[in-house]
Design a protein around this ligand. Sequence first.
Ligand code: C6P
Length: 411
Amino acid sequence: MFDAKIVRKDFPILERTAPGGNQLVWLDNASTTQKPRAVIDSLVQYYEQHNSNVHRGVYFLAEEATELYEGARTRIAQFIGADPTGLVFTKSTTEAINLVAYAWGLYTLQEGDEILVTEMEHHSDLIPWQLIAKKTGATLVKLPVTDDGFLAMDQLPSLLTDKTKLVCVTQMSNVLGTINPIREIADAAHAVGALVLVDGAQGVPHLVTNVAEMDADFLALSGHKMLGPTGSGGLWARPELLDAMEPFHGGGEMIREVWFDRATYNVVPYKFEAGTPNIGPSIALGAAADYLTNLGMENVRTHEIEIARYAIAEMQKIEGLTIHGPTDAEYRGGVVSFWVDEVHPHDLATILDTEGIAIRAGHHCAQPLMRRLGVPATARASFYVYNTTEEVDALVKAIDIAKQRFAGAWA
Ligand code: C6P
């Protein structure tokens, strides 16, 4: 039986008290997640017992490190229902998307081509495409967001044409929490011959994810948002696409044979892992995938529906508080962005901090979406496997304190 109160015992940092003496309440999980003992141990054990470069040495430590690194690749691939051949280790979602932009987009796109990007994309899935559009002459087309925080799916058929070469869509919005209908989008994109890149930074940690069921062509993920270390992440792509793509970075390990003026390249995924990779963090990401698998991703999702539903219901009782995005927890994850009248999100986050509660305030690296919402910033509480309804209560109480402190201040 999944119980967040038991789960949280695995996370040493959650025992911390904040400077004011309150128990830490970590509600900035969309930014990064805390790490369970199993992940920390995996990292420490790698450095204490197995530290070596991978794929190079003939000595036993190199073999152990290589086995751990490749074992992690297999387990992370299984976590997303994929074959390990298609999984390239990267340091983050950002790096994974840039890999696609520079190793696929730069060589494939040309003037007249279109890249369809949703209005709710994080800058990581927008700026690389702006840069590639500038270099290739391709243009960006926007798939808008509706007033209630969903993608305007009714506009998709007219936006997809034979010019569309790529559709970029986030599995789950880091601002609105909206879960997007990836399979429906992929089917429509493939019907016009376009590829689909899914930004899984928020979706993979929180939803049962299967690249085959989604029919994605590329999926980017960040390890640190799914209980793994910073500096770990991945790009999954259909192996035949990776095969056909040019390398991203050049250097050691990504080659097969090198002459002074030319080279042939290694097989995938190694063609895209130039130089010494992030070995320890990648191994520990494998431990994070195991940890989540043991919890059961269906249980993770059920818990998030429950906590999001409770949080939204309690927050809606606060006068002057507006929640951005869908309010039905079935269609959203545990990311709750909100606006409190007369309290700027940054002031709110600062006051919550004095109560030991960590939330994020700002544009969340989604400025086009902020413009769409008509706000400069939002406050955002985001929940994960270790968050409890008591923590939601603490949040609601602290928002009330902030409201009282600012009452009339904007008059
Ligand atoms: N969002 C937040 O919302 P990196 O930094 O590469 O691990 O992840 C980038 C990224 C890409 N896509 C989505 C949907 C994201 O939410 C993020 C990261 C964080 O607080 C930091 S801006």
